[in-house]
Write a protein that binds this ligand. Structure first.
Ligand SMILES: Cc1cc2nc3c(=O)[nH]c(=O)nc-3n(C[C@H](O)[C@H](O)[C@H](O)COP(=O)(O)OP(=O)(O)OC[C@H]3O[C@@H](n4cnc5c(N)ncnc54)[C@H](O)[C@@H]3O)c2cc1C
Length: 288
């Protein structure tokens, strides 16, 4: 951390919001620190002021509300994995949380931090896109909610104003009969950053797709939806060939992967195509 940085460690939400009054781009909110401490250590990020919210218990907890599942921003991957409510309402979020880093990381890595990084490789974010989640932001000036798709605005960029913090995430109540899938491909089976990550939520009646929402990470500068896939399949009763076509189109038209230290753009497109094809066949054709 920069030697000149100051730190506040509020114990209440009101205290955290007070500490954020007058915040600038150099004011950083510290949650589990699994991303931010690396940033500080490498000098990539130099904070002026750090607001450490880890002890603000009002930001914790998972509860059912009439509109859906409310997940406090400080909820960790470990807590998501252990939550029967999360399993019932958002099973793919639990699966994704289980794939974040190792157990030590999961004990500190929060859902708010996963969104806050706005990393294209974040594993929980595609799930939140597929589940049409909303982010609730609070500041001394009030609260606002926005779709998670609008919260992420670019590479490591969000719509959060400096005085705001992520208070919670709402996963709306899911349609009866919705089927969901999640896949992550990294260098190894476990403990690796995603090369491609995909989440899908689909409902079908008599084989006809009623709703479809698919999202992918690590294939563009931020987590994305896959509109070509949705357009290609919505309202159809797809067979294997149609799923092939839709997956191919999405991997061509919807993403903009790059070559980097973890992978090549070509590999990412191919893996995205295959994952989509496999997931959709599992969910819609009962292929395993
Ligand atoms: C070894 C290792 C392995 C990892 N593996 C994975 C992986 O497999 N998958 C994956 O997705 N990630 C992985 N990560 C990244 C990281 O663990 C996750 O992104 C994690 O969810 C971040 O949460 P955090 O609470 O630690 O965030 P922090 O590091 O505390 O913060 C991250 C960012 O979010 C902001 N932020 C945090 N909380 C709030 C809030 N309430 N309101 C506003 N802004 C906020 C911070 O200001 C900062 O910009 C890994 C990291 C490490 C070090």
């Amino acid at each position: 951390m920069s030697p000149a940085a100051t730190v506040s460690s509020p114990r209440t939400l009101a205290g955290a919001l007070d500490a954020l009054v007058g915040a600038t781009e150099a004011t950083l909110i510290l949650a589990g620190g699994t991303d931010l401490m690396v940033e500080f250590q490498t000098g990539r990020t130099r904070p002026g002021h750090v607001v450490d919210v880890w002890r603000v218990d009002e930001l914790r907890g998972i509860r059912a509300e009439p509109a859906g599942l409310r997940i406090g921003a400080l909820t960790t991957c470990t807590e998501l994995r252990a939550s029967a409510l999360a399993q019932e309402h958002a099973d793919i979020l639990v699966i994704a949380a289980d794939e974040v880093g190792a157990e030590q990381i999961q004990a500190r890595a929060t859902i708010g931090g996963n969104l806050g990084t706005a990393s294209p490789a974040a594993d929980l974010t595609p799930v939140l896109f597929a589940l049409e989640a909303e982010v609730r932001l609070v500041s001394k000036a009030g609260a606002r909610s926005l779709p998670v798709t609008e919260f992420l605005t670019g590479y490591r960029k969000t719509a959060r104003r400096p005085e705001e913090l992520i208070e919670s995430i709402l996963v709306p109540t899911r349609a009866p009969g919705e089927r969901r899938g999640f896949r992550k491909v990294g260098t190894r089976r476990a403990q690796s950053i995603s090369k491609v990550v995909v989440a899908v939520a689909v409902t079908a009646l008599d084989g006809v797709i009623r709703t479809l929402r698919a999202s992918a990470g690590s294939v563009a500068e931020r987590t994305i939806l896959l509109p070509s896939l949705e357009r290609e399949l919505a309202g159809k009763a797809p067979d294997a060939a149609a799923l092939d076509r839709a997956a191919r189109r999405a991997a061509t038209a919807d993403c903009a992967p790059i070559d980097d230290v973890r992978s090549t753009a070509r590999y990412r497109r191919e893996v995205l195509r295959r994952i989509l094809r496999t997931l959709l066949a599992e969910l819609l054709l009962d292929e395993t």
